[in-house]
Design a protein around this ligand. Structure first.
Ligand code: COA
Length: 322
């Protein structure tokens, strides 16, 4: 059984946080943040607004903006997030209950910024197996609740947001071949731990905040992602020229620019969400997709390469036709 993404919905929290907001609190400034990251602003959730809440709002937007689309018949819910409201129950179960979706399988996946693409790959697999037909896949984060605001190298990066894709069984295959991979030896270069534990043989700081070795992740991302775009294209017997759009995880605009330069792809083919929303981890790809769709860039029949990468360090990529 083939599958396709039939609709996308997003929710961006209403609280806009500018770069100047940080300049009052830590030693930084608007120019540094824009030149080193591309970020102009990001959104933060309210203190009582959690990941499951913004997922539900994203579905409501998806329904409102796509006439005829409903959650009726949804038989599986997958949520890619690293910032769940709580460990148990899963975000997927909370969403099932909030939207009163009957008889849906529910699970969260923890693949950091690659979570949304991993979700699409799992949904494709469930539909290909013939066991499911209509799957909601989320990438959603409330990173501001897990940010160390004393760490100026990381706190300026993160934002909150949610995206959801409806993946349905289809006659024609519109979710093409995929790639996944991980280098767990870099686990301690990007982590978030609530209690004392050991990663790669080293004790890590258990304060429930995101820790990252920005330089290492930056270098790994450029090298890995450049290679993996090539691998994904050859797995699909496609060339860069066959793609209409490329959406890499919006971690840092300089990472996207460096990969585009290595691959010789013009930047206007790269769709991003980093400028307006910061690094929203698993939500960044659907947010970029939605911005481009609303500005009229994405047309029916377009081919797009999606590639998420992050904590693990792990990556997942897929080419889709819209
Ligand atoms: N404001 C002003 N100066 C800052 C700053 C801030 N917010 N944060 C760091 N600096 C300073 C540093 O202290 C350093 O000063 P020094 O040269 O006097 O030591 C200088 O700016 C350069 O710091 P550096 O860490 O080399 O900056 P960078 O160009 O590597 O950018 C990141 C830092 C975090 C933006 C970048 O490494 C990055 O984006 N990494 C990947 C992050 C990522 O993708 N994470 C998620 C993966 S999914």
């Amino acid at each position: 059984m083939n599958s396709q993404i039939t609709a996308i919905g997003v929710y961006a929290p209403s609280q806009v946080i500018t770069n100047d907001w940080f300049a009052d609190k830590i030693e930084t400034n608007n120019e540094w943040i824009i030149s080193r990251t591309g970020i102009r602003e990001r959104r933060f959730t309210e203190p009582d607004e959690y990941t499951s809440d913004i997922c539900v709002k994203a579905v409501k937007n998806l329904i409102a903006e796509n006439p005829g689309v409903t959650t009726e018949g949804v038989d599986f819910i997958i949520v890619g997030t690293t910032t769940a409201d709580q460990v148990m129950p899963s975000m997927a179960s909370q969403i099932q209950n909030a939207l009163n979706i009957q008889d849906a399988g529910c699970l969260d996946i923890m693949a950091a910024c690659a979570g949304f693409v991993y979700g699409i790959i799992l949904a494709k697999g469930l539909i290909a197996a013939g066991t499911h037909k209509k799957v909601l896949v989320f990438g959603a984060e409330t990173l501001s609740k897990f940010t160390d605001f004393n760490d100026r190298t990381s706190c300026i990066l993160f934002g909150d947001g949610a995206g959801v894709a409806l993946v349905e069984a289809s006659e024609k295959s519109k979710i093409y071949n995929t790639i996944t991979g991980t280098d767990g030896s870099h686990g301690k270069d990007l982590y978030l731990s609530q209690h004392a534990s050991v990663v790669n043989g080293e004790e890590i700081v258990p304060n429930g905040k995101i820790h990252q070795n920005g330089k290492v992740v930056f270098k790994w991302a450029i090298q890995t992602i450049t290679n993996k775009v090539g691998e994904l294209l050859s797995k699909n017997a496609l060339k860069l020229e066959d793609l209409d759009w490329v959406i890499l995880h919006s971690a840092n605009l300089r990472i996207i620019e460096a990969v585009a330069q290595e691959l010789n792809v013009p930047m206007d083919k790269m769709l991003t969400s980093i400028e307006l929303y910061g690094n929203t981890s698993s939500a960044s790809i659907p947010l970029a997709w939605d911005l481009a769709a609303k500005s009229g860039k994405i047309k029916k029949g377009n081919k797009m390469l999606l590639l998420g990468f992050g904590g693990g360090l792990t990556y997942a990529g897929v080419i889709v036709e819209v």
